[in-house]
Design a protein around this ligand. Sequence first.
Ligand code: PLP
Length: 420
Amino acid sequence: MTDAGTLREDRPLDALEHPSAPDLLAKFDPLIAERQALLDTGVRDPFAIVMEKVLSPTEAIIGGKHTILLGTYNYMGMTFDPDVVAAGKRALDEFGAGTTGSRVLNGTYQGHRECEDALKDFYGMDHAIVFSTGYQANLGMISTLAGKGDYIILDADSHASIYDGCWLGNAEIVRFRHNSVEDLDKRLGRLPKEAGKLVVLEGVYSMLGDIAPLKEMVAVAKKHGAMILCDEAHGMGFFGAHGRGVFEEAGVEDDVDFVVGTFSKSVGTVGGFCVSNHPKFEVLRLVCRPYVFTASLPPSVVATAATSIRKLMHAGDKRERLWANSRRLHQGLRDLGFTLGTKSAESAIIAVILSDQTQAVGMWQALLELGLYVNMARPPATPAGTYLLRCSLCAEHRDEQVGQIIDMFAQAGRAVGCIA
Ligand SMILES: Cc1ncc(COP(=O)(O)O)c(C=O)c1O
């Protein structure tokens, strides 16, 4: 006789502990097999690279080898800026390693306020709210703004954090064809006139590096009475006269209701934010779950972010260098015969499209062996099932590095057989 939970000697231990429990990870077996088959060919795992030492915004030691970095989002090269680093060290000494609390309880330090003030000054807006990541900023803003009975209308190629923000909330979700003003207009036109609507756009789409026709899209959204949230993760720092993003360059600053961004790209650290002129904006601090129910950023991080944001207000030279680098690389790769994600350099991201996984991984590995790191991107992160190498430029890439990068692409491309 046994009580529940008492071991019976005639039954194997495993069977008792897990009575026919399904393995919840079994659904990933095809992915595990695909990855193993790839690794069995002897290539390095593109998703398990370790930076053994980071020497500057553009150089690191990877696999014991000096490597040029062309796969970071360090667009403005702020990670090693001496003022930014010094501000972080000071805050670490004065305020300690972390806040151990939510922004609405013990987690708002002077530095969080200073960081929000820096954002308000940078964007010329009345309100700024800092989240712990850009992912959480989208999660929080989208799920809180659009509730039951409202509609979220988003570009089909939106970032995962935008999709996840939609799924966290209770609004109806409507997708329109990537960057299609016509489809946005059509889909908005089918929605009930009196319903609340939030159109979510991105300034720069991070996989192909293409920019949104924001002027036209914002006009269409306004025509249908929708509010607009624009994610400027990949536009902050170098688009527009003040580096605010594509929405500034498109001249629609007064019509975009909420701008979401991140500190993990041009700002050079980690964190996320939303800025707005909406008079009721501050109430979001009380109702936005990804703001309330998580610990705030460490003091060192908000200090580095605030210093970096203030320096980005006067970064005209860096902006010019970044654009020059981007144009030169785009032209160089096109001249070599690579298929690129855009016809011209639309942003600091240049996507090299490859035919399949074998070619993409082969090319990625050949570049790494030559001393160049780029991001490998594959479905489902990429649009239309494409495999691509994503190159992102930095204002700190020197002329000779851009020349070396083009030479390495030529060498690797010929070795792998994707160019003649
Ligand atoms: C468009 C976009 N939005 C938001 C994020 C999230 O930013 P974070 O890295 O701060 O979480 C990213 C990150 O890659 C992004 O590309």
